[in-house]
Design a protein around this ligand. Structure first.
Ligand SMILES: NC(=O)c1ccc[n+]([C@@H]2O[C@H](COP(=O)([O-])OP(=O)(O)OC[C@H]3O[C@@H](n4cnc5c(N)ncnc54)[C@H](O)[C@@H]3O)[C@@H](O)[C@H]2O)c1
Length: 256
């Protein structure tokens, strides 16, 4: 299946995208740049980020990169400030960076717990704090990549589902707080997406597949481009009436 981008939909716009070195973040970066956006692309992995920049060569918009650990509040603020300095303002924040792991709750160390919450929850929060003043100046919007794991429980995924549930509530609460201001806030909740995150996912050795089967979708996994396509729509002016939404893109997983 080929996905056709909408030429010029983001002409003159600037986006900051986290997790831009791989999977959904890379696909989103390339998609927005193909549609005319200048993208300030962030990732903790320098080589992967450089590869994204290479892939973006020749697209309509410019892609600049900055190695950034989104779990650091200072890094988030510095990255947004650099994006605004380079491109003159900010129209879209895409919070995409994330990590996942399967584990029994009793096996989770404090360091593992804090790292997952630090990247998946703190990172989203601090990026929002840093970006919102600039987004308000340009009637901008935020798209958070949550997960089906933020709206349903999952065996062996307690920390991940907690971190993504927080992203869902971050999205909804910001949507209310800014209901009368020029800022839209939405989230996309993917099911399984064919990325490195899934490829590296290791179940506990004593996994009960009956429990895991409850969170397997009836249709094939998405490709990162499927999520990027929805992202581009939600972040565009076409979606001006979409606010505070948690949009499923999950192969039917949460159909009930
Ligand atoms: N793949 C799936 O099935 C799936 C499903 C639902 C939600 N998601 C969410 O989608 C988002 C993207 O995941 P993906 O599947 O593309 O995974 P991915 O592993 O392909 O990409 C994640 C990127 O985030 C980067 N990253 C990790 N920690 C970081 C940090 N501290 N600071 C900055 N960047 C960091 C990684 O280097 C990587 O490039 C994540 O938030 C993930 O939770 C993925």
């Amino acid at each position: 299946m080929s996905i056709t981008h909408v030429s010029g939909r983001f002409d003159g716009k600037t986006a900051v995208v986290t997790g831009a070195g791989s999977g959904v973040g890379r696909a989103t970066t390339l998609r927005l740049a193909a549609e005319g956006a200048n993208v300030f692309a962030l990732d903790i992995a320098a080589d992967a980020l450089a590869e994204t920049a290479t892939l973006a060569e020749g697209l309509a918009g410019k892609v600049s990169t900055r190695v950034t650990d989104v779990s650091s509040r200072d890094e988030c603020f510095a990255a947004v400030a650099e994006a605004v300095a380079e491109f003159g303002g900010l129209d879209v924040l895409g919070n995409v960076a994330g990590i996942a792991r399967a584990e029994h709750i009793l096996d989770v160390t404090e360091a593992q717990y804090r790292r997952m919450m630090g990247v998946n929850t703190d990172g989203y929060f601090f990026m929002c704090q840093a970006a919102i003043p600039h987004l308000l100046e340009r009637s901008g919007n935020i798209v958070n990549i949550a997960s089906n794991a933020g709206v349903t429980g999952q065996a062996y995924g307690v920390v991940y589902t907690m971190s993504k549930g927080a992203v869902v509530q971050l999205t909804r609460s910001l949507a209310w707080e800014f209901a009368k201001k020029p800022l839209r806030v939405n989230a996309i909740a993917p099911g399984m997406v064919d990325t490195a995150l899934v490829a590296n996912y290791q179940m506990p050795s004593d996994v009960d597949w009956d429990l895991v089967g409850r969170v397997m979708a009836p249709r094939p996994a998405a490709q990162p481009e499927d999520i990027a396509s929805m992202f581009a729509y939600v972040a565009s002016a076409e979606a001006h009436n979409v606010h505070g939404a948690i949009l499923a893109n999950d192969s039917g997983l949460t159909a009930g």
